[in-house]
Design a protein around this ligand. Structure first.
Ligand SMILES: [Zn+2]
Length: 174
């Protein structure tokens, strides 16, 4: 967490009045010259800001992911509305909104697929079938799974945990 925010710190500190007041220290940084030592208060402030940002990202991921305790191995699969190509484990950027940019075409055509874990005969399968919701494309008709024909909705409810676990274990054995 601390390493990813590294490049942002120098510019933050330069704008900080506390840091500017403490000007005149040794110039031991990579910028070479006018930079000053970081006072402890400033360092605490920076750490606090980083902590707040991290907390915001975590809560964002929790809300956006719509975490479902039944589906422990949550799959976040994106599906392209034009090419129908799947993007498993698509990396979400903070503040990004759907539709996401397809890294291959550069177009905003990626939607989060809802997973259907049902089979035609009422059992579960794992991995599930990624389904693109009609709602995202402003289509009036309800979304159905192309595999089992069941209705698929936003935050699609998974099969009961025991069925899903059985499917998952079966898949492991293969
Ligand atoms: Zn299905």
């Amino acid at each position: 967490m601390s390493t990813t925010k590294g490049p942002m710190l120098p510019s933050l500190l330069e704008d900080d009045p506390v840091a500017q007041a403490a000007k005149g220290g040794s110039g031991s940084s990579s910028r070479g010259g006018a930079t000053s030592k970081i006072p402890p208060q400033t360092l605490k402030l920076v750490i606090a800001v980083v902590a707040i940002v991290a907390a915001a990202i975590i809560s964002y991921v929790n809300i956006f992911g719509g975490e479902n305790t039944q589906a422990r191995s949550w799959q976040r699969v994106m599906i392209d509305s034009e090419t129908r190509e799947l993007f498993p484990d698509f990396p979400l950027k903070f503040g990004d909104t759907m539709p996401f940019v397809n890294p291959k075409t550069g177009k905003r055509t990626l939607y989060q697929a809802e997973m259907c874990y049902w089979t035609k005969d009422g059992k579960a399968q794992f991995p599930g079938i990624p389904v693109l919701l009609n709602e995202y494309l402003s289509k009036a008709e309800p979304t159905t799974c192309p595999d089992c024909g069941r209705r698929v909705t936003f935050n699609n409810p998974p099969p009961p945990a025991n069925l899903l676990d059985a499917a998952r274990n079966q898949n492991k054995g293969k």
